[in-house]
Ligand binder design. Structure first.
Ligand SMILES: *[C@@H]1O[C@H](CO)[C@@H](O)[C@H](O)[C@H]1NC(C)=O
Ligand SMILES: *[C@@H]1O[C@H](CO)[C@@H](O)[C@H](O)[C@H]1NC(C)=O
Length: 234
């Protein structure tokens, strides 16, 4: 995903080449995740291309609201896409609760209306410095717990956790603390998803490429369209 600085992306970290491998089978519901970096997005064409869902960047830390969030969210809604917001975590700048509340106040809210995906916590490489933001593994787990609990107490659903197995292993000590509560969304640009973080037996979303036929990062839901709708019902 793109951070507001635009200086570094997951793709820069993960991809050793600019290839966007296309996994063999893509029968599951397809989607994208986008931020203002994508500029003008034609949501009707996403539907025409067969996409079912979109995650839209809402916030970062407690100082940044994506300038396109509202327009994108409205556009996605009008086009009939299932959609949700995501928050780019800055775990060194304020508590998990503070950032969850900022996210909730700026687009990350949820209700069981059948078209809103649980908000996603995008937690990954620090775009500017120490990849674990100066937190120990136990401090990082506590930060994520604080964010997750705050989100849950406000909405009744646990946030999706977007990460990479590599970052999660490095910066949380491969914690299994969220596996039974939080849906997982793994970024891995390869033809197979590889090893998942500890505890999770499967992933809910897979970001399999950072570019493709549609704008933004390319994602799929691991399940049926009804399963995707069920996630939006809570
Ligand atoms: C999104 O932001 C870009 C600038 O990043 C702007 O050019 C574009 O018009 C915006 N699109 C919408 C739908 O707001
Ligand atoms: C998708 O979910 C199923 C269980 O519903 C699981 O068996 C499978 O391994 C999952 N795929 C991935 C890539 O996690």
């Amino acid at each position: 995903m793109k951070v507001s600085t635009g200086l570094l992306t997951l793709s820069a970290v993960l991809a050793s080449s600019n290839a966007s491998p296309t996994p063999a089978k893509r029968d599951n519901p397809q989607g994208v995740d986008i931020s203002a970096y994508q500029g003008t997005v034609d949501f009707d064409s996403l539907v025409a291309n067969g996409l079912s869902f979109v995650y839209i960047k809402a916030t970062e830390g407690t100082t940044y609201v994506d300038e396109n969030f509202s327009d994108y969210y409205e556009g996605a809604t009008n086009a009939g896409l299932i959609r949700g917001g995501y928050h780019f975590a800055h775990p060194s700048s304020s508590s998990g609760a503070t950032q969850a509340n900022y996210f909730l106040a700026n687009g990350g809210g949820w209700s069981g209306d059948g078209i809103t995906l649980p908000g996603a916590l995008d937690i990954e490489y620090n775009p500017s410095g120490d990849e674990c933001y100066g937190l120990s593994a136990s401090q990082m787990v506590s930060w994520v717990q604080d964010f997750s609990d705050t989100y849950y107490s406000n909405t009744g659903v646990y946030p999706v956790i977007y990460t990479t197995t590599d970052w999660w292993t490095t910066c949380t000590g491969n914690s299994a603390a969220f596996a039974s509560t939080n849906p997982l969304w793994i970024a891995r640009y390869s033809s197979s998803i590889g090893t998942l973080p500890a505890g999770w037996g499967y992933t809910t979303f897979w970001q399999y490429a950072d570019s493709g036929a549609n704008p933004g990062d390319q994602d799929e839901f691991n399940g049926s369209l009804q399963g995707l709708k069920n996630l939006a019902l809570g």
